[in-house]
Design a protein around this ligand. Sequence first.
Ligand code: MBD
Ligand code: FE
Length: 283
Amino acid sequence: MTTTEHNPTAVGSGQNATASFARKERQAGPVDHERAGAIIGDALAALHEVVRRHQVTYAEYDALKGWLIDVGRTGEWPLFLDVFLEHVVEQVANADRKGAVGTIEGPYYIPGAPEFAAEADVPRRADEPGTPLLFEGTVTDLDGNPLDGALVELWHADDAGYYSQFAPGIPEWNLRAQIRTGEDGHYAFRTIQPAPYQIPTDGAVGAMVATAGWHPWRPAHLHLKVTAPGRAPVTTQLYFAGGEYVADDVAQAVKPELILHPTKSDSGEGNHVTYDFPLDPAE
Ligand code: MBD
Ligand code: FE
């Protein structure tokens, strides 16, 4: 699958993200009706309070109903939830971590990317635009001992802000790779620096952002998932110091520990940065 056609739409990326979520392995457990009733009841009560506080009209109620229907029809629920709600779920889930800092996963993770040992030439097009980046580091325990057999998964947007498998015309595994570490816990990815990501402006979520008078941008970021035997996995993102929207992410997923400071490569071509992942013990 290689074409040069490039016409991403909200419906296209939304439907792909919804289909990807449908394939995801989800944890299922017994329903605790007391807890469900409390959460659902409080969520509805929060909405009731907004209606009263703002004296919401029938015209606005109908606009909301139409918008909710549109979000579902275009498959944009994963986008909406991951941009506007996931950051709080992540904070609650990871509040007690001592090691590598996590942040939201977002809608564009795909398991099973091409696997490499220790060093990856990340799959990219022959003419892939963007500043070359050598991104390397070590996976360790909380005492700094390297972890053998850790898996470091990397996925990110291209130099135009688009993700393979969610925008058309990009090879299937472009800018997606995973590395299995050896005894030294070291990993190294050769890739390019991504561009900021813009929420599609032609869909329901983009329309909501525009109606509210906000901007639709996330700062340029690398997505990572790091797992190792006996350790708590971490899902995170890394950002670039001084980059646009780092201080103003629409998804509120930036944390100070996640900001990279790349330097010019010794070779003179592109940038270089190191980042280590100390993993908490498994619970
Ligand atoms: C992204 O690339 C992303 O990382 C998130 C969290 C939401 C939408 C698009
Ligand atoms: Fe992303």
